[in-house]
Design a protein around this ligand. Structure first.
Ligand code: NAP
Length: 310
């Protein structure tokens, strides 16, 4: 008996996902009826995205799991109509994309590339940048994406500190946790990367007090989520020059409103939530593997802890 898999991602992604999900389910040995149109009471699995058509899960009475195509689950984790297990996306494409975005923007600021890309005075004596071992980087959030970025930066020679909720031991990375660990992780951080999930606990992680702990001229990269930063505090710290630059990919309101001060601030770079996208070519395998696991009685991978919110 085939399982019924409802694709409830962004409708315009269906044409791309359909053949890839079909092939991945076949490879996993799962007989499936994959469609965007299945009566709710007959759906076994929902492939979900917040920009897809479902917000009320109540009619999906026989659904065994909701499989999110997004890594961040803040838009669904508090949905009271969702009683089924929820998994989030952990895939190679998402990981590679984030490593590339973070590494690129760390190197931009580390090397001071802007001074050479726009150099109207033809300045010939700006001095060489320090080497990576002299540029401490802190990554807030040492999960799938934060750890992958940390390992790449360590391989380039940067001294990397990572901060997480639970204590960790990752070779080559100074691992800290807890409130004291957060303060300690900021004291010498010349570049800070935010890769925390958006939860009630992580809101305003970078507030005025913690921004003040950073060394003068520190750079902030936020590919995590907008609410991780107190925007007013960041703008004040940018205005004073205490924070040298912020490269922001995520915002409290997206798209970032046209009149938001971030667009015009000379010390801010806005990227439009493109740090890393789920790639259908790799995500299809993750979805299919989880359906196969569920059908064969194995635990689902990447299950969201509804209490923790990520
Ligand atoms: P993850 O594997 O769940 O890792 C989250 C990390 O944050 C973990 O290390 C976790 O600690 C830590 N954390 C959570 N709550 C904390 C708290 N209260 N205090 C300290 N640390 C805390 O998530 P991921 O896959 O790496 O993704 C991280 C985030 O990136 C996503 O939630 C999403 O918001 C964002 N993202 C953005 C884009 C983009 O294009 N901009 C793309 C993908 C993802 P533990 O290890 O102790 O659990």
């Amino acid at each position: 008996m085939p399982v019924n898999v409802l694709f409830a991602g962004r409708p315009d992604r269906w044409a791309e996902y359909q053949p890839l999900l079909d092939a991945a389910l076949t490879r996993e040995g799962v007989a499936a009826n994959l469609s965007t149109d299945i009566p709710p009471a007959e759906v076994d699995y929902i492939v979900y995205a917040p920009n897809g058509p479902i917000s009320d899960f109540t009619p999906y009475t026989r659904t065994k799991a909701v499989l999110s195509l997004w890594a961040g689950v803040e838009k669904i984790v508090g949905n009271e109509s969702l009683t089924q297990p929820l998994t989030r996306m952990v895939d190679d494409g998402l990981r590679r994309g984030m490593v590339e975005w973070v590494t690129g923007h760390v190197l931009r600021h580390h090397l001071g590339m802007d001074a050479h890309i726009v150099n109207p005075d033809h300045d010939w004596n700006p001095g060489a940048p320090p080497l990576a071992p002299d540029r401490p980087v802190t990554i807030l959030g040492l999960g799938t994406l934060g750890t992958a970025c940390a390992k790449t930066l360590v391989a380039l020679g940067f001294p990397v500190t990572g901060w997480s909720r639970s204590a960790k031991d990752v070779p080559g990375i100074r691992c800290l946790s807890g409130d004291d660990g957060l303060d300690a992780s900021l004291h010498d951080a010349q570049i800070v990367v935010l890769l925390l999930p958006q939860t009630p606990e992580t809101e305003n992680t970078l507030n005025a007090r913690r921004l003040a702990l950073l060394p003068e001229g520190a750079v902030i990269l936020n590919p995590g989520r907008g609410p991780l930063i107190d925007d007013d505090a960041l703008l004040a710290a940018l205005d004073s020059g205490h924070i040298g630059h912020a490269t922001l990919d995520t915002f409290r309101v997206e798209p970032l409103p046209a009149d938001h001060p971030y667009w015009s601030h000379p010390r801010v770079t806005v990227t439009p939530h493109i740090a890393s996208d789920t790639r259908a070519s790799t995500a299809a395998d993750v979805i299919a593997e989880n359906i196969r696991r569920s059908e064969s009685g194995q635990p689902l991978l990447h299950v969201v802890d509804r209490d923790l919110g990520y």
